[in-house]
Write a protein that binds this ligand. Sequence first.
Ligand code: UDX
Length: 482
Amino acid sequence: MGAAMAEEKRAHAMMFPFPCSGHINPTLKLAELLHSRGVHVTFVNTEHNHERLLRTGGARLAGRDGFRFESVPDGLDDADRAAPDKTVRLYLSLRRSCGPPLVDLARRLGEQEGVPPVTCVVLSGLASFVLGVAEELRVPSFVIWGTSAVGFVCTLRLRQLTQRGYTPLKDESYLTNGYLDTPIDWIAGMPAVRLGDISSFVRTVEPNGFGLRVEEEEANSCARAQGLILNTFDELESDVLGALRDEFPRVYTIGPLAAAMHRRVDHGASGLSLWEEDAACMAWLDAQPVAGSVLYVSFGSLAVLSLDQLAEFAWGLAASNRPFLWVVRPGLVAGDRGMEALPADFLAETKGRRFIAEWCAQEQVLRHRAVGGFLTHSGWNSTTESIWAGVPMICAPGFADQYINSRYVCGEWGVGLRLDEQLRREQVAAHIEELMGGGERGEEMRRRAAEWKARAEAATAPGGSAYENLDKLVEELRLEVP
Ligand code: UDX
């Protein structure tokens, strides 16, 4: 009886991430952290991802007391999934069809023996329709927005950029005529930055460009939620967080999530992934004789490189003469291609000093003693994992928040070098030399990276800002239990 009462009084978070890796991973980490603090968790996937996720590690989580996976249909058919605009289709389909099944699911869960009623809903950015689910269930909602605080603020400000006439661009020539260098110096909490660095979504000539409109609407809709959860820590983004908190009173900065997991969840492993991790790359790293000698190269779960871009990276790596571990996931190369698109002569030339993997345990790779640099697309998860590992970066941004992340990595935090948008193999090789070689600039970046690593560790340690904020968030969830 006592136990049943306690169960009924337990906070129960129903969590729904927008169904792509960049959203699933941080949401799942948050789910594990909440569960480790005693919150009952129902993590909802789309049916399409569900099996894949369970196959690649979800089973480890699924059997635990107070942690369950559920799934709802995403409403897409095979033609939608094969379409070039599949993410847009997914976004629209979820909004159209996923609300009622989530409401039903929450109600069904509440009727099950031994399961506490759903007391709050947690969603990721781009899934704002779930705010309506929470409103219908009359429970509070919390959004985990998967970018940096500065990335979030830039997305909010897309609205003002349009109102002030900066966007959309007048015509295509504005992409290359220097207009994107226009300084934007009026965003509270931020230094002057280039217009082009605010977000990839400013690069549109369409008055109602899907990315431009949807992103800012999604970010601004977070005002309907009870709280905003960010995978960052106060020390990393103090100015912009100060300004953001004037607008959003409840911002929970609980990152780097990878570090928080490591400290607070017993297995400390990375989240689920949609691809199998290649374990052999760890053995290859173990066999590297020199600490800090390997460049890790990865462009995350979404980026698609043209064949030209692939060639510039490949030949830059070849010219660098340094060992590298490159993740070439299926679909990284235009035309839905992966490793098979790598030039044969590049593979022959670099044989013996490289490992190509389809997917790897990135957090472990970055923390391996052999790794000394990260050539990255500057996705936010990758950036925080690199900061926590103390690894300096070469940034090759291409989409969404990646431009502002690289601006901060290279400018504000001093731990990276940025490649020009027009990729050149000579610059790729030169940046690798500058980052990994013994020069003064490389030394300085390594020193700064070590400082940020220590601050990230401190923030997620007991008494640290992120550690305390997670506890505050859990407390807030408990207060909501009727
Ligand atoms: C997306 C957006 O593209 C990005 O701009 C935004 O900041 C977050 O959402 P994605 O492009 O996938 O994310 O990049 P990133 O945020 O870096 O996330 C990739 C994740 O995949 C990381 O957690 C990384 O550890 C993981 N990963 C990547 C692996 O586990 N193994 C790999 O081999 C490569």
